[in-house]
Design a protein around this ligand. Structure first.
Ligand SMILES: [Ca+2]
Ligand SMILES: [Ca+2]
Length: 320
């Protein structure tokens, strides 16, 4: 392979990495999404889950986090566990390609906990076609911009409140699936926010994104947890310094770049090259440092020591 090719490849990877980070900004930035009220019909509201998500997520510094109770990691499990045993009536034209589909969804579920079933009608149009909406008891929320897969579930995000939310699966722009959450409070439907499909939750309104989780380390740990508040995903950082110097079992496919000393700028050493690829199976890896910043809690860049003493940068494929 020529140097030029390698360079191009590298810059492509860096671009991919940057776009993943941008996506993260998208995912975790506050959803100060555009809300418009249709004057002709006071009950129709429009929401654009992915517009205006340019600012980074609201990261809470250590001073502010003191008021928040640190959740117990063992309380977090996959979101699927919180789906209600309820099946919507979903129809679509099977002759159409998946990106052309429009899913017509009907159901009835007590979303606000007043003991009365609420009538749910949704129209979900794939591939960012206009006109998707969720309607509960005739109150319509238009979803401007989404790529739904057609899957929809009822989920209890927080067992301490009376609401049961709707989770709409969104495939995103390039196979980075998220769940969008919608609540009905008895008068209107609102968009609470969205999170990556592989996030964990504790059933008390708290989440850990898969991007803030060590998926290949045993025991696992996390770098931040979050809550949806007023349409924003509010992150609270979790101290990862405590894991430095400790040894973990690593399993799975990763990338390892041998380095004698900890690099100042780890990004310069990330190649995503197939030659750097390594299959780990119960490998005892000692963490010497973790690259996270106060504002980017992506937990994927580790300076480590392997059992044979070799040191280097360990990272994993993230995104799709
Ligand atoms: Ca109800
Ligand atoms: Ca609830």
């Amino acid at each position: 392979m020529s140097n030029d090719f390698n360079k191009r490849r590298k810059s492509k990877r860096v671009l991919l990495f940057l776009s993943i980070n941008l996506l993260l900004l998208f995912l975790f930035s506050g959803c100060d999404m555009e809300k418009t009220r249709d004057d002709t019909d006071g009950k129709q509201i429009t929401v654009n889950p992915t517009e205006a998500l340019i600012e980074p997520s609201k990261a809470i510094g250590s001073d502010e986090t003191e008021n928040r109770v640190e959740p117990k990691f063992e309380d977090f499990i996959i979101m699927e566990e919180f789906f209600k045993d309820y099946t919507f009536d979903i129809s679509y034209d099977e002759k159409l390609e998946f990106y052309e589909r429009t899913y017509t969804i009907q159901g009835a579920y007590d979303m606000n906990g007043d003991g009365e079933d609420d009538k749910i009608d949704a129209l979900l149009k794939a591939d960012y076609q206009e006109g998707s909406y969720i309607e509960v008891n005739g109150n319509r929320l238009v979803i401007d911009y989404c790529n739904p897969s057609g899957e929809i579930q009822m989920i209890d995000l927080n067992n301490k409140d009376s609401f049961t939310e709707i989770a709409v699966f969104d495939n995103g722009p390039s196979a980075d699936p998220t769940l969008m959450f919608f609540r009905y409070d008895g008068s209107e439907v609102s968009f609470l926010g969205s999170i990556d499909q592989y996030a964990l939750m504790d059933g008390q309104g708290r989440f850990i994104s898969s991007f803030h989780l060590t998926q290949y380390f045993n025991p696992q740990f996390f770098s931040a947890w979050g809550e949806f508040e007023d349409g924003e995903y509010v992150l609270t950082n979790h101290d990862v310094e405590q894991y430095i110097g400790k040894t973990f079992d690593v399993n799975g496919a990763g990338f390892f770049e041998p380095l004698d000393t900890m690099p100042e700028n780890y990004l310069e050493h990330i190649t995503w090259d197939s030659e750097a690829k390594r299959e780990f199976k119960e490998v005892q890896v000692k963490i010497l440092d973790i690259y996270v910043s106060e504002f980017d809690r992506t937990l994927n860049w580790f300076f480590v020591q392997l059992p044979d003493g070799e040191k280097g940068l360990l990272y994993f494929w993230i995104g799709d």
